[in-house]
Design a binder for this molecule. Sequence first.
Ligand code: UT7
Length: 339
Amino acid sequence: MIKKYSSKISGLGKYLPENKVTNDHLSTLMDTSHDWIVERTGIEERRFIAKDSTEGTASMGVKAAQQAIDRAGISKDDIDLIVFATLSPDYYFPGSGVLVQDLMGIGTCPALDVRNQCSGFIYALSVANQYICTGTYKNVLVIGSEHHSGGLDLTTRGRTVSVIFGDGAGAAVVSRHENPEEGVLSTHLHSEGKHAKELSLIGPSTKKWVHEVFENYDPNDPDYHPYMNGQLVFKNAVVRFSEVIGEALTKNNLKPSDIDMLIPHQANLRIAQFVQKKFGLQDDQVYNNIMRYGNTTAASIPIATCEAWEEGKINSGDHVMLAAFGSGFTWGSSLIKWV
Ligand code: UT7
């Protein structure tokens, strides 16, 4: 890439549905317990869109996006590109990026969806960074939003997956920055498709068409609920998180102690703690909020980054490391010198 500019995060926003769902509440729906969930994942509660609400993936993204745009001090008309990361789009097609564009009344700028699950925000940030660094665009709206609750199997059969996930949205305005020594210093992306089915939702899809669902719907067919090979995902996650954080440090000639704030994708507190220990990071060098929101997949990094920034834990000049691993398998990192 011929780099003309750098890119920086100029505004952050988040939106969490009001409806809190505790572990004790889940225990009334399935055979699980608060203690099991906390011990294995660190999660104490999550947010689910209320059953009677019309809220969805795009509309939550809009709320996060509006806050990010306001904080960036720009107008929606200054947005040159929308990049929307989700594994739970409102529709099979079109993507949720164009829905955000319509809901926000943003003219005819391009809008694209990224389908990289837990790594979606890092992939989306990488796209934004490339367009900005080449001088093509000045302000890119990057959104991660997930509406998991509608698709989870909230019975004992689905408990390994369903206690983990929560709904929510986060957004960042990524803007042109003149100083190449600051802003997004690098992004690092990887995938390994041989594990595609180990964390997946098969139907409805072109492999299981919608008419099949209506005609032969079998609520016991596991294909219609997310599947996760939890232990395999866990084992790969700790390795890949470590590799890709190391890759970003090496690329930028930095040591773990140079990280002011690591924001790992909020998949499981035990994964984050493993990574923290591996790099010898102190508690104030890592931000976790999985306790409150569960795993919000593509939304987890922008929500956590937004919250850390709101709490004054990210400041100008800080080295902020974002890292994610998830379905695909896909994983990635980005090192940012905060402006
Ligand atoms: O964001 C995308 C990336 N995702 C991840 O990184 C998730 C990675 N994986 C994990 O976080 C963990 O594998 C889980 C939290 C999903 C599961 O924890 P685990 O320690 O791997 O548990 P397990 O699947 O080995 O299950 C242990 C036991 C089993 O019972 P038996 O066979 O030992 O009798 C399960 O049936 O726990 C049982 N179990 C549960 N018990 C109570 C599984 N889910 C539950 C549950 N409540 N919700």
